[in-house]
Design a protein around this ligand. Structure first.
Ligand code: NAG
Ligand code: NAG
Ligand code: NAG
Length: 589
């Protein structure tokens, strides 16, 4: 069995070492009440997840099998769609649950595989299936494309989906399902990995669908998927073109999000924010590897960087929410997406508060397995909030300081779950947000991702973890980073245009390489083959491959006067394949 369980019984007397130390009786009372809460809320949560999945979910009636609705809410806000990200994170939790023994989920997993294979084939505003369409963030629940305006593309969907399916494929291989893994699951994974290899080095929208830049979450998810995807390909005797080569480059790039004390969640964009965003905490729990040490380079939950970041991000919410007022440093508070958030006036989210707990439970798992806790200059401020007199050093398992650190961290983590408990209605329904001033549920009801976040936090608390994704042998970034080389096609524009002496012909259009419609940036054509019987102007220009664009020819007189061709604009799609070439033959109009 791949899953392990962490024994975590601590002698009650040792709890007195922390500043969070509370009388043992109260501690036990609180412990048993949080244990009971987690048990009942986990039950509501798995039911809440399954209710939102077609075809038989009670809140997803009529929705095709394996399609996850984000929420049954159809107005203010309308979340009755299926998001690739939300569905993948939800299914990652379901696959983990299946592997840990809930065999009733088998059909649901197979439904997901078929539903995603179908969606990968749907052309949409982000592109066709092999030219960027996999980056489309959401679809209508009937599996047709959503064509309204949206923050697209979002490049986290494909690697997240790949990860959920890779965990399942590895289970199949180990349990007699090699053929299903190779013939049914791998083809879906392979497309997502090909997308990730091709686009990881391009900007896109973040997980909150607002910022168009490079998102730490997207890149962290990409690194994980490429590493485990390359390994799965080898296991199945398949190829994963570029996966093994891209993975270290992605790891190299994600180092640049580290500011020295926290992770700046969005770079390559001027978003006017600090960058302290629960994006980074969700990244750390997504890339948690139970076999990993506290590696800084992969921002493992117990790494000094991730702990310092946990403090920076959680502290950023202490002063912005009324319900957090008066709560002392080192005690759990309600957590939102980022402190500058204005969506629904900016409130705490259940899944964000649960992520803050999950990182700490995962860290506790890693310390226990590693047998020691390192406190260094980077993580010291995090630990000082819990144990004010702690000093830097390495504390071995079995020592009283190790025991009191572990106990304070787990108590601190339970505090985040207790915040969720406090602001959850008695039926256990988890919406998206809760009001920053009075704690009442807000925005979409029964958010699938909120329920999934509860399930994974509860699992980590109980020491139930996913199999390793290979972090231990893929955690050293190369010393210098490189991005992906541009994938260009060489297009030769040929236009027959009779010109008078002193006139020159140019091509101008929608792409940066064609001047973005600005005549001053238009590309000149050559008249070297021009004759009166064949008035040919031509130029070979490198353009991004497989890209649809509009263009026109213009002529400029010797005095610089510009004459445009008549409407409509010409349209063309550059050829597919890096280094390919093609000709366009036009006649001036
Ligand atoms: C592409 O990768 C390079 C090298 O890591 C990095 O400097 C650059 O910011 C990346 N750009 C995007 C958009 O990912
Ligand atoms: C996102 O930003 C890139 C530049 O980083 C830009 O080329 C692209 O057009 C932007 N996309 C949208 C939809 O604004
Ligand atoms: C386009 O024009 C070029 C240059 O005259 C010629 O070599 C090529 O065969 C033409 N192609 C087509 C499809 O007409």
């Amino acid at each position: 069995m791949l899953l392990t369980s962490l024994l975590r019984a601590l002698p009650a007397t040792l709890l007195l070492f922390g500043t969070n130390a509370i009388p043992v009786d109260d501690h036990e009372k609180r412990q048993s009440s949080i244990d009971a809460y987690i048990k009942s809320q986990a039950d509501v949560s798995i039911k809440g997840v399954l209710a939102n999945i077609g075809a038989d979910g009670s809140k997803a009636q009529g929705v095709p099998a394996g399609i996850v609705i984000a929420s049954p809410s159809r107005s203010n806000p309308d979340y009755y769609y299926t998001w690739t990200r939300d569905a993948a994170l939800t299914y990652k939790a379901l696959v983990e649950r299946f592997i840990s023994g809930d065999t009733s989920l088998r059909q649901k997993l197979d439904d997901y595989v078929s539903a995603q294979a179908y969606l990968q084939g749907v052309s949409n505003p982000s592109g066709s299936p092999d030219s960027g369409g996999l980056g489309e963030p959401k679809f209508n629940v009937d599996r047709t494309a959503f064509t309204g305006a949206w923050g697209r593309p979002q490049r986290d969907g494909p690697p997240l989906r790949a990860t959920a399916l890779i965990i399942y494929a590895n289970w199949l291989i180990a349990n007699g399902g090699q053929t299903q893994a190779a013939n049914t699951v791998w083809p879906v994974i392979a497309k997502d990995l090909a997308y990730t290899v091709r686009y990881w080095n391009q900007t896109g929208f973040d997980l909150w669908e607002e910022v168009n830049g490079s998102s730490f979450f997207t890149l962290s998810a990409s690194h994980r998927a490429l590493v485990e995807g390359a390994a799965l390909a080898t296991k199945l005797s398949k190829t994963c073109d570029g996966c093994a080569a891209a993975a270290p480059q992605v790891l190299c790039f994600i180092q640049s999000f580290w500011t020295g004390s926290y992770i700046d969640s969005n770079i390559n964009v001027n978003d006017g924010r600090t960058g302290k965003d629960v994006n980074s905490i969700i990244s750390s729990i997504h890339t948690f590897d139970p076999a990993a040490k506290c590696t800084d380079a992969t921002f493992q939950p117990c790494s000094s960087r991730a702990l310092s970041n946990h403090k920076a991000v959680t502290d950023s919410f202490r002063s912005v929410y009324g319900i957090n007022r008066g709560i002392a440093q080192g005690r759990a508070v309600a957590i939102g997406r980022y402190s500058e958030d204005v969506y629904f006036n900016g409130n705490p989210w259940y899944l964000a508060t649960l992520a803050a707990a999950e990182q700490l439970y995962s860290a506790a798992y890693q310390w226990d397995r590693q047998g020691s806790i390192v406190v260094d200059a980077v993580s010291l401020p995090f630990f000082r909030d819990l144990l004010p007199s702690i000093a830097t050093g390495t504390y071995a398992k079995g020592s009283s300081i190790y025991t009191s650190i572990l106990s304070s961290v787990r108590t601190y983590a339970d505090g985040y779950v207790a915040v969720v408990q406090k602001y959850t209605p008695s039926n256990g329904g988890l919406a998206e947000q809760f009001d920053k001033n009075n704690g009442s549920p807000l925005s979409a009801v029964d958010l699938t991702w909120s329920y999934a976040a509860f399930l994974t936090a509860a699992e980590r608390r109980a020491g139930v973890v996913s199999p390793t994704w290979g972090e231990p042998s893929n955690n050293v970034p190369p010393t210098s980073c490189s991005g992906t080389p541009a994938c260009n096609a060489r297009i030769t524009f040929n236009v027959r245009a009779s010109t008078s002496f002193g006139e020159n012909v140019f091509v101008v259009g929608q792409l940066a390489q064609l001047g973005n419609w600005n005549p001053t940036g238009a590309k000149p054509l050559s008249a070297s083959k021009y004759t009166s019987s064949d008035p040919l102007w031509f130029a070979a220009i490198d353009l991004p491959a497989s890209t649809a664009f509009e263009y026109k020819y213009i002529r400029k007189s010797s005095s610089g006067q510009v004459t445009w061709e008549s409407d409509p604009n010409r349209r063309y799609t550059s050829s597919a394949g890096c280094g390919s070439s093609a000709n366009v033959n036009d006649t001036w109009k």
